[in-house]
Write a protein that binds this ligand. Structure first.
Ligand code: NAD
Length: 318
């Protein structure tokens, strides 16, 4: 049994922390939102009322936080993880954040002689609950080997992508594929609708043909073909549009820094930004189909006007 501190007990963090407990570990959890910490206590965990309390005596500290600024604050801030972790502790950041934040925090951890891996995940809330997440891990061989049994308690697939920040790099490339493919799948179902095709028929064929992809077979944006998809529950997230936009923006930032050409990724980021600004930040990311469908009268909009919904400057700048 290992003493674990878990920070960030939201949609993903709570079920992940629960799976660590199921594997026999003693987990002390902390969330800045005390309602979340209470939920964790109800689930059988030990609730900490302050961040440093969750770190105290922990051999392993796991974080699952919304964004880069939260990760910097939690690790580098006063009374944060680096200041509070015991000597020799292993740090696992499973949040999806920018590569720069990951590298800055990993370097600071090294100065403090603490082992650290970035281990962002794929698989969503369902994967977090079932313990079937895929982890994309960045860090030294030694740190990744130490993290392995704890990641295995929360996931099914663990891939060592390379040094610090490489887990994040793989994650944002993966999610750029997901964002782009969700838009492509949505457009195909909307076109089929206009052509008078039964969506179930399109699904039955495309899910077995060359159009097959995860966005379609796990998160089908129309109700019916995939019973567990958010389309069957009014697009309640799931993986929110705001989170998808965050990941697509991270991919754009990384592409700019690396000098990579990603025009379709840029168009996807622009469309998700419009969708989020339309008041849909909390909707599941597959709800983009409702935005692409537009109001009824927009169905008759000429093609060139529809194309103008994606701001040209934004695509060109990226
Ligand atoms: P969430 O907003 O549900 O949970 C994040 C939690 O962190 C919240 O409870 C929040 O109160 C807490 N928090 C924020 N700042 C904190 C601080 N300073 N100290 C302690 N707690 C703090 O988000 P989520 O859906 O659980 O996602 C977490 C991370 O996982 C994100 O980086 C996201 O991109 C990534 N992710 C999410 C999914 C998904 O399907 N939701 C899938 C893959 C990856």
């Amino acid at each position: 049994m290992t003493q674990i501190g878990f920070i960030g007990l939201g949609n993903m963090g709570l079920p992940m922390a629960r799976n660590l407990m199921k594997a026999g570990h003693a987990v002390t959890g902390y969330d800045v939102d005390h309602g979340m910490t209470d939920r964790f206590a109800t689930a059988g965990g030990v609730a900490a009322t302050a961040l440093d309390m969750a770190c105290m005596g922990a051999e392993v500290i796991v974080t699952m936080l919304p964004a880069g600024k939260d990760v910097r604050e939690v690790y580098l801030g006063r009374g944060g993880v680096l200041a509070s972790a015991q000597q020799g502790a292993l740090l696992i950041d499973a949040s999806t954040v920018d590569i720069e934040t990951t590298r800055v925090v990993a370097a600071a951890a090294q100065v403090n002689e603490l082992a650290m891996v970035d281990a962002p995940v794929s698989g969503g809330v369902a994967g977090a609950e079932a313990g079937t997440l895929a982890f994309m891990v960045g860090g030294s061989d030694r740190a990744v080997a130490r993290a392995q049994p704890f990641l295995a308690a929360m996931g099914k697939t663990i891939v060592h992508a390379g040094g610090p920040g490489h887990g994040q790099a793989v994650k944002i490339c993966n999610n750029m594929i997901l964002g782009v493919s969700m838009i492509a799948v949505s457009e195909a179902f909307l076109l089929a609708e206009k052509l008078g095709i039964d969506p179930q028929k399109l699904f039955d064929i495309a899910s077995q043909a060359s159009g097959q992809c995860w966005a379609m077979t796990h998160c089908c944006p129309v109700p019916g073909p995939v019973p567990s998809s958010a389309a069957n529950r009014d697009y309640r997230a799931g993986f929110s549009a705001a989170m998808m936009l965050k990941d697509l923006k991270l991919a754009q930032e990384a592409a700019k820094t690396a000098g990579a050409t990603v025009p379709i990724g840029a168009a996807a980021a622009a469309l998700y930004r419009l969708f989020v600004e339309d008041g849909s930040a909390e909707m599941d990311f597959s709800g983009i189909i409702t935005f692409l469908r537009g109001p009824q009268e927009a169905n008759e909009t000429p093609d060139d006007e529809q194309a103008a919904r994606v701001p040209e400057t934004e695509v060109a700048n990226n």
